[in-house]
Design a protein around this ligand. Structure first.
Ligand code: GLY
Length: 387
């Protein structure tokens, strides 16, 4: 057991965290209904952005979580306006040539459809699922993450994609067409087999041979170095394994979940909120990624539903300890400090190995805010997943 002495978040703190979050979302609606919050804040404040990036669904997801919390009709109206924007985006194929259809359409359109029955949410999400399966490679059995299809330098999957797959399970249930589920299952299997290393740390991305489909090599884009464990990749792995089990029922994913989660826990600093890469810990002059803490907590809170009582108690406690730390030390509590919800998150930090842009370092990140609200909502009630 790790962190025996860390306190767990209380019911009052969960309630207060959600109350503040819903107020913050409501305060933001005038500026962020026709537009979206950007992927990251600057000096603690998000600027508006059109619906183009892979991240805009998280803002709409916050609106729906706030609506679930307080039922304010202004939130529902804003959520519906944003669903219109997502439908237009998929119809016009605006920046959808990548795998992040689940991140975009699950917390926005699937959520809105589940909560209010908005038929445009259903239509947009089914179209997004079609777009997602168009990136499937039978040779290698995976969904290609980025870039033009069939280029060797892009012939890879990334661990984050595990969160894009629930859209496919939802689409199969909704349409009765098994093709979405079949592709999701193939991808999950390929991903779990290849991105998780023997010690249960994770690769961010993994390449396959274009001719034979054979696994080739792992590489990072957003981590410190290829062999390290990028904190958010590990957190996507935790939540991804929980969802993989939920949707496939394959028992082996429970032990993979435990391995990946225990690796994450064993590499956390004292306050249980990781640095941006698990290579770093207390004493290192590196930024945190608070978003990884909330993502991991959501994954644990999902998985405990399917575990034996003793294990369920253990991982639920970890999730509640992590959220106590996020709430106490990282959550915004003053509107003057930020228009976001959680500080000290890192999108992409500069390092000799990181091939992605340097941005959103030690700021709010929009998915960090979303998963903070999701974790608190999960702790407050029996939550019906958007994923
Ligand atoms: N899915 C991209 C990221 O986690 O930054």
């Amino acid at each position: 057991m790790y962190f025996e002495d860390m306190p767990v978040i209380s019911a009052e703190e969960i309630g207060e965290g959600l109350r503040f979050a819903a107020r913050q979302v409501l305060r933001n609606l005038p500026e962020f209904t026709q537009q979206f919050q950007k992927a990251y804040s600057e000096g603690g404040f998000y600027r508006p952005t059109p619906n183009r990036d892979w991240t805009t669904g998280f803002w709409t997801g916050e609106i729906w979580l706030a609506y679930e919390y307080c039922g304010d009709e202004r939130l529902r109206r804003a959520g519906d306006i944003q669903i219109d924007s997502f439908l237009e985006r998929i119809d016009q194929k605006i920046e959808v040539d990548h795998h992040d259809m689940g991140f975009l359409y699950s917390p926005s359109c699937v959520a809105g459809y589940k909560l209010t029955g908005n038929p445009k949410g259903r239509e947009a999400a089914v179209k997004a699922a079609d777009q997602l399966i168009s990136r499937y490679h039978p040779v290698g059995e995976f969904i290609q993450a980025w870039g033009p299809m069939n280029a060797p330098e892009n012939y890879r999957l990334i661990i984050d994609c595990l969160l894009n797959l629930p859209l496919l399970y939802w689409a199969s249930e909704e349409t009765g067409d098994e093709k979405y589920r079949e592709i999701a299952e193939k991808h999950i299997h390929t991903a779990v087999k290849n991105v998780i290393r023997e010690d249960f740390s994770t690769w961010h991305t993994f390449f396959f041979d274009m001719e034979t489909g054979a696994p080739d090599h792992g590489a990072t884009c957003q981590g410190y170095r290829d062999g390290s464990a990028w904190a958010r990749g590990q957190a996507w792995g935790i939540y991804g394994c929980a969802l993989a089990y939920k949707y496939t029922g394959r028992k082996e994913y429970i032990s993979v979940f435990k391995g990946v989660t225990d690796y994450f826990l064993a590499h956390l600093p004292k306050d249980m909120v990781p640095f941006w890469d698990l290579e770093f810990t207390d004493g290192d002059d590196q930024p945190r990624d608070s978003s990884s803490a909330s993502i991991a907590a959501c994954g644990m809170l999902e998985m405990v539903k399917y575990m034996e009582k003793e294990d369920a108690g253990i991982y639920r406690k970890y999730a509640m300890q992590i959220m106590k730390s996020v709430y106490d030390r990282y959550a915004v509590k003053d509107f003057a400090v930020s228009n976001g919800l959680v500080l000290h998150s890192t999108y992409s930090n500069r390092s000799p190995y990181n091939t992605c842009n340097h941005c959103g370092v030690d700021e709010c990140n929009i998915w960090g805010d979303y998963f903070y609200m999701e974790a608190l909502t999960r702790l407050q009630k029996d939550w019906i997943l958007y994923w």
